[in-house]
Design a binder for this molecule. Structure first.
Ligand code: C5P
Length: 217
């Protein structure tokens, strides 16, 4: 199978020295890429700025902004069997990026923000042949919000995690997730390493793909 995995945060510039971003480390996405390679799959990994070495054997594409991540994902999605959208795409960007450094003044300052393009939402809606796995980092009503995302973003699987908990989720080496499926089924993983979650997720995706292909024959 050919996996396309996105990882890490995006950076949305405000001026030449400042940007909007989030705390995503890229660890979960890189672990999924490594687990897919280990299982014998082909992997393209598109990542925002992170402090991690790409797994050996992956085709690696480094991006910075959400628009760059959209363009790369849109380009490589045509050749994949599964899109795993693990990146924490920054939700808002500056309406106007200042060409010069914004001067500090002794007064309140407001910045006008506009939503970034929803990469997952726009790619998963197309008439598609590939499986789509989304991620949902939530701080309240984790499963309810993730179920809504599964439907609204037309995913086959959503991996939900509670990022309000310490030592789990963003930046951590461990995660605690619930994997939600379209048919309403779910599978919970209590706190464990991102490597173990990644291995299980790759197995689940491979089984699902196998079932889809059998159905079509
Ligand atoms: O809406 P929310 O950001 O919580 O959705 C999370 C899922 O959507 C993740 O899979 C993330 O990679 C994807 N996403 C995206 N483009 C955005 C925001 C989120 O593809 N602009």
């Amino acid at each position: 199978m050919r996996f396309l995995v996105t990882a890490g945060p995006t950076r949305e510039p405000i001026d030449p020295v400042r940007y909007l971003s989030n705390r995503s480390s890229g660890k979960m996405g890189f672990a999924i890429a490594a687990a897919a390679l280990q299982a014998g799959h082909k992997v393209t990994l598109i990542s925002g700025p992170v402090n991690l070495d790409p797994p050996r054997g992956a085709q690696f594409i480094s991006v910075s902004t959400s628009e760059e991540m959209f363009e790369a994902t849109d380009r490589y999605v045509r050749n994949c069997d599964v899109l795993v959208m693990c990146a924490a795409v920054t939700d808002y960007k500056a309406k106007n990026v200042s060409p010069g450094k914004i001067k500090k003044r002794d007064a309140n300052f407001s910045l006008q923000l506009v939503p970034t393009r929803d990469i997952l939402g726009s790619l998963a809606k197309q008439d598609r042949q590939f499986l789509v796995v989304g991620f949902a980092a939530e701080t309240n009503d984790v499963e309810g919000n993730a179920q809504k995302k599964l439907r609204d973003k037309n995913c086959d699987i959503v991996v939900a995690n509670d990022v309000s908990r310490a030592n789990s989720g963003m930046e951590s080496d461990e995660n605690e997730v619930t994997i939600l499926f379209r048919n309403g089924e779910k599978e919970k993983f209590s706190r464990t390493s991102k490597q173990i979650i990644a291995r299980e997720l790759v197995k689940i995706i491979a089984n699902m793909r196998e079932k889809c292909l059998t159905k079509k024959m």
